[in-house]
Design a protein around this ligand. Structure first.
Ligand SMILES: Nc1nc2c(c(=O)[nH]1)N[C@H]1C(S)=C(S)[C@@H](COP(=O)(O)O)O[C@H]1N2
Ligand SMILES: [Mo]
Length: 262
């Protein structure tokens, strides 16, 4: 399990990733955004016919308007890393299967990738660690009033999906499930974003249990709660309506925003 971790790489300038290159990665995303930022707005199902949730659309469109030439979240240097990254929320799921995997060092753990992908499959932790990885030093911003900088290493979500045959053209969102029952949906913009990674490393070591071992989502331009820990399965979907209360995630089911951009 001790795959060497690539040395932290600072992004010299956030603009190294152009909007054009980002769009080039997925045709569906291009179609979504081609007409300009005004079209780059997901209207969550619960917004229809009411003001509730309109803030989602506002924060999302404002955020994406502001970031249209600079789609990467800021990356920091090694000196900025917090000495003790907090563990927050669920830190050790009381789940029999999870505890067995934990005892066994996640040897037989697998992540199913299903839904609208070319070849539904499942990957071991080693499979995912063997994929090209990305290391990024970013600020985690929890909606409950704290933030901390850490170095995350993992496989870009897009790489993982590609390894499962790629997204089918009908795919609009990726839903992620966790061991403790949390789930969140992210749209294609976040799915193909180069800083959206399934992280297996924190600050140069394995991802600790308290921070979501063996694998967690890092979706760097979103609040803490979107960054799911203890990933259990992933599926590509064309609608988020059939999940929970249909708002796009457990946090929005509870009344937070589906789009949690900071
Ligand atoms: N599965 C799961 N993911 C989760 C949570 C959780 O309780 N369960 N808490 C979220 C919140 S609110 C935050 S701020 C971060 C905390 O991550 P950390 O424990 O690595 O600090 O995880 C997020 N992901
Ligand atoms: Mo949080």
């Amino acid at each position: 399990m001790s795959t060497p971790i690539s040395t932290p790489r600072r992004i010299a300038r956030p603009r190294t990733l152009s909007r054009r290159r980002l769009l080039a990665q997925v045709p569906a995303l291009g179609a979504l955004m081609a007409a300009g930022c005004s079209r780059d707005v997901y209207v969550p199902p619960h917004v229809r016919g009411g003001l509730v949730g309109a803030a989602d659309v506002l924060t999302m469109s404002t955020n994406r308007l502001l970031l249209r030439d600079q789609p990467l979240a800021r990356e920091y240097g090694p000196d900025d890393i917090a000495p003790d990254f907090p563990t927050w929320g669920q830190t050790n799921p009381d789940d029999e299967e999870y505890q067995r995997h934990r005892r066994e060092g996640f040897r037989d753990w697998r992540l199913p990738i299903g839904g609208l992908v070319g070849r539904p499959t499942s990957f071991s932790l080693d499979d995912i660690r063997r994929l090209p990885s990305r290391t990024q030093i970013t600020a985690h911003v929890c909606e409950q009033g704290w933030s901390a900088i850490a170095e995350w290493t993992g496989a870009p979500l897009l790489q993982v999906l590609e390894a499962a045959g790629g997204l089918k053209p009908e795919a609009r969102y990726v839903m992620l499930d966790t061991v403790d029952g949390w789930y969140e949906g992210i749209d294609l913009f976040e799915v193909v974003h180069p800083q959206t990674i399934l992280a297996w490393g924190l600050n140069g070591g394995d991802l600790p249990v308290g921070n979501g071992a063996p694998l967690r989502l890092r979706v760097e331009r979103q609040c803490g709660y979107k960054n799911l820990k203890f990933l259990k399965s992933i599926q590509a979907v064309d609608s988020m309506a059939g999940f929970g209360r249909g708002t796009g995630g457990i946090n929005s089911d509870w009344g937070f925003h589906w789009y949690a951009g900071v």
